[in-house]
Design a protein around this ligand. Structure first.
Ligand code: FE2
Ligand code: FE2
Length: 399
């Protein structure tokens, strides 16, 4: 089925430029071009879109307002901001609302691959099974308060690292958890980090936000009502995968930004397990039994029981919270990286490998059932490196 993409820009020249630039995609995408926010919402009311790409500065309803409304009404549509120079004020309003940003004038290939990646995610986000499951959750977990406060502060250009650190420090429990992580042997620091500001400077604000998010979600979760899986098991698995994935990202010389993306992807990769296991305990207990008795992996057992997997549910939830598409892609595809076009070592591949290699590190046999996406690894020429990567993780892991 063709993916449907909506472009919104008040400048006729920009719209016709985009139309020309993307003509070669006509067979794959149905593209609709409109010149205002209200017209975009009219289109969205009539049919569902996989992706909406909007200009920021427009008369009447600006791009931030449009995307906020799109997020509320059509959360499954991937939201991309197309912004000109010197629009930082408006772009900042989109934090937590847009999945991805691209600046004008844009490179055709970059735009095409960004939309392609976005449609991979949205294909899952509009999945009827996901909608059914999410629709039956009475109150969908919301992003933790501290996370929202950080997002709000980040919108303000004047807020310094110190201001962000002060916000974190107000939550004593969270600060303690973050310091414990930073000072764990994994980060290999020569000295002890003693406060939130040093942690922010050292780790970068995106990693801190990922940690705040996942810590908060775990903190708010009720203990699981069955014994085959505990929150502590899941937390231990999450951290060992995040650490293992970052080790691989370092070894493969991904740049600092991609290393950070890898770590956050690792931290968030199984958030869907938490959602399914806490919201549907009886069904999830059956999932754990199926894994044990049928010797199948967690996602296959979930597919049998729910018709969807924790990867779908996790990506959907994080999409609702406005997490960037690059992270959604990791969460959505961590068991099936073959669904991307990536030909080089990527954060997604790092998380996929760490998830399988660290399966036995968390002390719960459920996680040992994950298997490598051998078709993809073989096809992309990664197979000869597997043993080296496995040894690397075994040698450096903190468990
Ligand atoms: Fe998983
Ligand atoms: Fe996992």
């Amino acid at each position: 089925m063709k993916k449907r993409i909506l472009f919104v820009d008040d400048e006729p020249n920009v719209l016709s430029g985009l139309q020309r630039m993307l003509r070669s995609m006509r067979d794959d995408w149905e593209m609709i071009f409109v010149d205002s926010g209200p017209k975009a919402l009219q289109e969205m009311a009539q049919r569902s879109f996989d992706v909406v790409i909007s200009d920021m500065r427009m008369p009447g309803m600006n791009g931030a307002e449009l995307l906020r409304e799109a997020m509320r009404l059509y959360p499954a549509t991937v939201r991309i901001v197309l912004s000109g120079h010197a629009e930082h004020d408006l772009v900042n309003q989109c934090v937590g609302v847009a999945h991805q940003y691209i600046s004008k004038p844009c490179d055709p290939d970059q735009l095409k691959s960004m939309i392609q990646n976005a449609t991979i995610i949205s294909g899952k986000l509009v999945d009827e099974g996901v909608k059914r499951i999410v629709g039956s959750i009475e109150s969908l977990p919301s992003a933790p308060r501290l996370y929202t406060a950080l997002e709000a502060a980040l919108k303000d250009e004047n807020s310094s690292m110190q201001a962000l650190a002060e916000i974190i420090q107000q939550d004593i429990g969270m600060t303690a958890k973050i310091l414990k992580l930073v000072n764990s042997s994994f980060f290999g620091l020569r000295r002890t980090i003693e406060n939130a500001q040093e942690a922010v400077n050292y780790l970068g604000i995106d990693t801190i936000k990922g940690l705040v998010l996942v810590n908060g979600v775990f903190e708010n979760a009720h203990p699981l009502s069955f014994s085959a899986l505990t929150l502590d098991d899941l937390w231990a698995h999450t951290l060992s995968v995040a650490n293992g994935a970052k080790i691989l990202a370092k070894v493969e010389n991904l740049d600092r930004h991609l290393q950070e993306e890898t770590y956050i992807g690792g931290v968030l990769h199984d958030i869907g397990v938490l959602v399914l296991a806490t919201q549907f305990p009886k069904q999830y207990e059956r999932v754990t039994e199926l894994v044990r008795t049928e010797h199948i992996s967690i996602p296959i057992a979930e597919q049998w029981e729910f018709g969807v997997t924790h990867a779908d549910i996790g990506a959907y939830l994080l999409g609702l919270w406005g997490i960037p598409a690059s992270i959604l892609k990791i969460v959505s595809l961590h068991h099936r990286p073959r669904f991307t076009q990536d030909k080089i070592f990527s954060p997604l591949l790092a998380v996929h490998l760490a998830d399988v290699f660290c399966g036995s590190h968390s002390g719960n046999t459920l996680f040992e059932a994950s298997s490598l996406d051998t078709t993809m690894l073989e096809a992309q020429g990664f197979s000869p490196h597997l043993e080296r990567w496995r040894t690397c993780i075994d040698e450096h892991s903190i468990n």
